[in-house]
Design a protein around this ligand. Sequence first.
Ligand code: DGY
Length: 332
Amino acid sequence: MSPAPVLVTRRLPPKPMRVIGDRCDADVWEGPPEAIPRDELLRRIARKEGAVTLLTERVDAELLDAAGPQLRIVANYAVGFDNIDVEECTRRGVLATNTPDVLTDTTADLAWALLMASARRVAEGDRFLRSKTTWIWGPEMMLGQDVHDATLGVVGFGRIGQAVARRGRGFGMRIVYFDPYRPPEKVERDLGAEYLEFDDLLAQADFISIHVALTPETRHLFGAEQFRTMKPTAVIVNTARGPVIDEAALADALKSGEIFGAGLDVFEREPEVHPDLLDLENAVVVPHLGSATVATRDAMGMLAAENLFAGLEGRRPPSLLNPEALDNRSDR
Ligand code: DGY
């Protein structure tokens, strides 16, 4: 049997690239740093049986039409899948998968790095020294906020949220969380985590770390009103999806001192960053690096490849998002 034609929308790390190349007839977009242009994507997806997509590619009815009915699987190289219209995939019997678990701790590590950097003004201090400004140690120089023993508010208490809470435990923090889906009691007990209503969490937390998926309900979950409710000493960290925060409102809150700082890995109009944020010393910004370690990007690629192969071979992929699609496949 000839290898299945698949599209890979950006070059992955060497190991997953090799296994995909060994088993499939892979058409790989080689045009970074830009994402594959939409018209190129629509042209190249035609007649493919599988696709490995990134969060930069919208997988919707238009793309599925362009692909044709032989498309069996879209394997997203990310845990987040707000770029995929899962319902539309399901309707057409196209399997959709993501890469959960393998990036949980790596992303939690980055959330922690942003939290620490924002609280203790690490990036600002680094910029200050590089500016070669004359300085002398002083009792009130660049004062930050204590992380240890403070209250950590986790919004979205899934895998990554819980991993951040675990780090907070190591710093002797009080852990509070908000999530409409309450985890089993054992999870709360093990992490010493206390459920709070959203507004109570906003008012009580010294640090807020966001770990919700982007949905119509979570878009602009954080806006002017929420920043007003937070403590003036509070720090907000976002490693989830940019549009969960109204960026203009955040910039205003940081400027006016309504909150102390922000650590941001993701942006509302990624890859654009709101220009005001770039001018603010109390915003720490990094370019969507949550899962960016050598080992984790490899692991994500290997899981995406496993998902892809399973979908192509008529098996159930390990991280299938739409099991109902199995019933809608034309070849079942
Ligand atoms: C994800 O996986 O959703 C991240 O945003 C990229 O690793």
